[in-house]
Structure formats: structure tokens, C-alpha cells
Ligand binder design. Structure first.
Ligand code: TXE
Length: 477
């Protein structure tokens, strides 16, 4: 049993009340975490406030060195990160290793290196020079979800602190373990007290207390669209700097000239990675009518061979969903799909697993066909191992179908003609589109959605800009 505590002002502190943390693969309690209230959040904000002046007066180079130290210390614990992440989220250990552990280290290393070139800009006039300098914004409130816990937390903490801000972070109450490991790492490397404070607890209590705290100047939130709206309702009237990375219902467009044998494993990966619990997952697969039958046969063949089971086994392709209640939500969409006339081509059921996994929140990878592309199942975010298949005739039809949801995060196009793919990609209303690949990330490029998928852009210089305040100083010669 792990005892998670808050990390405030460089000290691990207990809270009056606690919340149980559950292993979703077995339903066993694995840890207790603080149920932080507004007083606990206030302590964290005071610590961040006290640390601000010293931290922001360090040079960028000095702060970059801290990021490198954190990256090295995290890397030394990569194996442990993967194990904890798999235990806490239910995801397969091989995904936790390849995606979560490695990217969390990479985030610190990337921003340490990339921020080197983010310095003052000069704009000359005939009789004056403008100096644009980048100041820290102040105290950053960072709120993160359960699907990629340390991956997303480090994606926010690294640019926030390198730009001179101090942080109050709240990880998801469902997956607190790697945030706790990060706190241990920050303590071990001796990051100055108060620069990063981590408080655990429920969203409507701890999260809300961070968002509404008058001393928190900036909010970066990743989570569901409904929660994002609540965060915006509180933060916007207080004129806080705000970034919201929200949900998605991303289209995977398969054109008639695709090389199916190489595309199918990647299309399946995009539908089912992390049990479909990635905001970028391609959960609506739009397939040209010319290759429909061939696609169906090969895709169903591939997906029905995916192995669901013990997350700690290297053989498992899918583990457990994050919680029993989340599985209920996903299953309710499978029932909805049936009511909407959908045909379940594969999956749709709980797998029969031996003890202790018979108590876990597992679900088979599920393919649904025959649904109207505008149906609820095909347009609402399910966030689980469920994809819907839709047939289209012309490329323009695929674009119309891709754009018919409220979301606008990502998409992918599969074709042997990349020029045709690019011209189609330009018409898709999302923040990013991959062609013949998926989740192929270069950390320098913009990351963010349009429509209900969010406000603001992260990644590379967009993250550094968000976590800083540009100030122009105009000097007349
Ligand atoms: O996430 P929440 P939930 C989607 C997915 C999922 C749905 C709901 O469709 O089914 O969202 O998931 C904190 N003020 N995504 O309810 O509530 C919360 O404690 C401040 C997509 O589990 O959005 C957690 O730390 N904070 C997504 C974080 O917000 C609040 C990833 C996210 O939780 C709060 C996860 C409040 N009032 C779910 N209420 C993605 N874009 O990747 C909650 N929180």
C-alpha cells in the first residue's frame, strides 16, 4: 500500500482526509492520496508565491540546467515509472514503457534544449528599437488527466518552470502515483522549495480551488470538454491566461489507393492504443467504398487477434480501462450503438479473464458498423476501445463526414499518394492531421485543437509563449 502525500514548499505533507486509489485491473486498493481542500491549495499557492522572485531571477540557462537534472533523475527511475503507470491506469506495461516513461523524460530534456533559442527579439524602426522580452506569467495552475499521467504533467511542468513560473499542479485523483514519483525526484535533485508544488484531490474540490485562486495567474488544463467548460467559466472572468486541451472524435480516412497491409496495424493502433483512451485516437474510420470489403476483412482479422489481459504481461495489447465507472460509460455507448442500428463486427463484450483480473475493468476491442455517420455513437467522444466504420464514395464526402462533429483535434489520412492526402488534410477542420502515420510526434510542432477540442496551442515555441508574458520595451534613439 502506497501512501501518497502532497508536496508543498519542498516538504511532503499529510492531509486530514484521504481518497483510495484503485488498481483498475484488479479493483484492489493500492494507495491512499490526500483529499486536499482549499486550505491545502492555499498553502501550495503561498509556497509558489514565496518562491517566485528567486526562481524568476535565475538566468534561463540556470533553469535549463534544473530541467536536465530532473530529466536525468527521472530517467534513472524509468522502469519504476512504467510499472507505476501500468498499475495505476491499467495500461499494458509495454505501452507504459514505450510511451509514458520515455516521453516524460523527453519532455524535460526537450524543453531544456529547445528553450535555449527562445530569447529576446529586436524590431528596428528608423528612430527607435523595440526589445521584446519574455517574462514569467507568475503562478501556473496545472491540471492533468488520467490517460497519460506523467507524460502530460511533465509536458506542462517543464515549459512552465523553464520560463520562470512557479507551479501548483493537480494530477488526476485516479492516477496519482507517478506524480508522487516526480515529487520524490524533485526532492532528490533539490529543486528549490516552492517552485513545483503538487496537491492531490478531487477535481471539483482541489482542482476548482486552484482554478479559482486569485493568486494563480495561468491555468493549463487537459481533460474532458465538459470539465474544460467549467474551468473556463471560473478562469475567464478572472482574466487568467488559459489553455484547454480537451476531447476529440478523430477521423481516420482510408482512401482507395492505400496499401492496406502496411496501414491496418497502424489504423488499429490509432483506434485502440491505451484502450482507446487517448484524445488523439482515431475512433471514426471512414473507408472508401472501393476497398470496403477488403478493409473489413483485414481490419476485423487484425483487431480480433489483439490480446486483452494482465497489464503487467508483455503479451497484452490492451489492458484495463481506467475504472469500472469509465467502463460503464463506454459500455453505455455500445448499447447506444445497438439502439442506433449499429452492427457489432468484433468485441463488444467483457473478456473472460482469470482471478484477479475478473474484477478489473476490461473490455474487448470493439468495431461497430452500419451507423449513420451523424449518429451519437459516431460523433460523441467515447474514450474507450470502440471504433465505428463508415463508407464513403468521393474524397469530398470523406471531408464532410470528418468535419461533422463538434470536435476538431486530430485526424489521419491513409493513401499511397501523399499529395492527394495533403490536399484532403488541408480541408479537415482539426489542429493536426497525420498522413500514413499516427501519433508521430515532433515536440517542436503546434499541438492543440479547434472547435470543442480546446483553446490555445501547446508544443515547442507555443508552449514557451503560453508560459511567458511578452513585454515590448521601445527605446527612442
Ligand atoms: O475527466 P476530467 P474525467 C474525456 C473523456 C472522458 C471524459 C471525462 O471523454 O470520458 O473526459 O473524464 C480535474 N475544476 N477525457 O471525468 O473531469 C480532474 O480531477 C478543476 C479526455 O475523468 O476532465 C482531473 O485532474 N479541475 C481527456 C482533470 O480535471 C477539475 C483525458 C481531468 O478530469 C474539475 C481525460 C473542476 N471542476 C478525459 N473537475 C483528454 N483530452 O485527453 C475535474 N477536474
Amino acid at each position: 500500500m502506497i501512501l501518497v502525500r502532497n508536496y508543498v514548499n519542498g516538504i511532503f505533507v499529510d492531509s486530514k482526509e484521504t481518497i483510495e486509489d484503485i488498481n483498475p485491473a484488479t479493483s484492489e486498493v493500492i494507495a491512499t492520496i490526500p483529499r486536499s481542500n482549499s486550505d491545502d491549495v492555499n498553502e501550495a499557492v503561498l509556497a509558489a508565491d514565496k518562491a517566485r522572485d528567486n526562481w524568476s531571477s535565475l538566468s534561463l540557462d540556470e533553469r535549463r540546467k534544473w530541467l536536465e537534472k530532473i530529466a536525468n533523475a527521472l530517467e534513472a527511475r524509468s522502469g519504476e515509472i512504467a510499472k507505476l503507470e501500468s498499475l495505476d491506469t491499467g495500461k499494458p506495461i509495454k505501452i507504459a514503457r514505450a510511451v509514458d516513461a520515455s516521453r516524460s523524460v523527453a519532455n524535460f530534456r526537450f524543453f531544456a534544449e529547445f528553450s535555449k533559442d527562445f530569447h529576446e527579439q529586436k524590431f528596428l524602426m528608423e528612430d527607435a528599437t523595440n526589445h521584446v522580452i519574455f517574462k514569467p506569467v507568475g503562478i501556473a495552475g496545472l491540471i492533468t488527466p488520467w490517460n497519460l499521467p506523467l507524460y502530460l504533467l511533465s509536458w506542462k511542468i517543464a515549459p512552465a518552470i523553464v520560463m520562470g513560473n512557479t507551479v501548483v499542479a493537480k494530477p488526476s485523483e485516479l492516477t496519482p502515483l507517478t506524480a508522487n514519483l516526480l515529487a520524490e525526484v524533485l526532492d532528490e535533485v533539490g529543486l528549490p522549495a516552492g517552485v513545483v508544488n503538487i496537491v492531490h484531490g478531487f477535481g471539483h474540490e482541489t482542482g476548482q480551488a486552484i482554478v479559482s485562486h486569485p493568486k494563480v495567474n495561468l491555468i493549463s488544463f487537459t481533460g474532458g470538454t465538459i470539465t474544460g467548460k467549467k474551468v473556463a467559466e471560473t478562469a475567464a472572468p478572472m482574466f487568467k491566461k488559459l489553455s484547454l486541451e480537451l476531447g476529440g472524435k478523430n477521423a481516420t480516412i482510408v482512401l482507395d489507393d492505400v496499401d492496406l497491409d502496411s496501414a491496418i496495424p497502424e489504423i488499429a493502433r490509432s483506434g485502440f492504443l491505451n484502450q482507446g483512451q487517448v484524445c488523439l485516437c482515431g475512433s471514426r474510420i471512414l473507408v472508401s467504398d472501393k476497398i470496403w470489403n477488403d478493409f473489413l476483412e483485414k481490419f476485423i482479422g487484425h483487431v480480433s487477434n489483439m490480446k486483452v489481459g494482465d497489464p503487467s504481461s508483455d503479451d497484452s495489447d490492451l489492458g484495463a480501462l481506467v475504472s469500472l465507472s469509465h467502463r460503464d460509460k463506454v459500455e453505455s455507448y455500445i448499447h447506444l450503438a445497438e439502439r442506433e442500428g449499429g452492427e457489432i463486427l468484433c468485441g463488444g463484450k467483457r473478456p473472460s479473464l482469470e482471478s484477479p483480473f475478473d474484477k478489473g475493468s476490461f473490455l474487448e476491442p470493439t468495431i461497430v458498423s452500419n451507423l449513420d455517420y451523424q449518429s451519437r455513437t459516431a460523433t460523441e467522444e467515447i474514450f474507450g476501445p470502440v471504433v465505428t466504420l463508415h463508407k464513403f464514395e468521393k474524397d469530398e464526402d470523406a471531408v464532410e463526414m470528418a468535419n461533422c462533429t463538434d470536435y476538431g483535434l486530430a485526424g489521419s489520412v491513409w493513401t499511397s499518394d501523399s499529395a492527394r492526402g495533403k490536399s484532403l488534410a488541408e480541408k479537415i477542420e482539426t489542429g493536426m492531421v497525420w498522413i500514413n502515420t499516427w501519433l508521430h510526434r515532433d515536440l517542436r510542432v503546434p499541438f492543440g485543437g479547434v472547435k470543442s477540442s480546446g483553446v490555445g496551442t501547446e508544443g515547442g515555441r507555443w508552449s514557451l509563449s503560453f508560459f511567458s508574458q511578452p513585454v515590448n520595451i521601445c527605446i527612442k534613439e
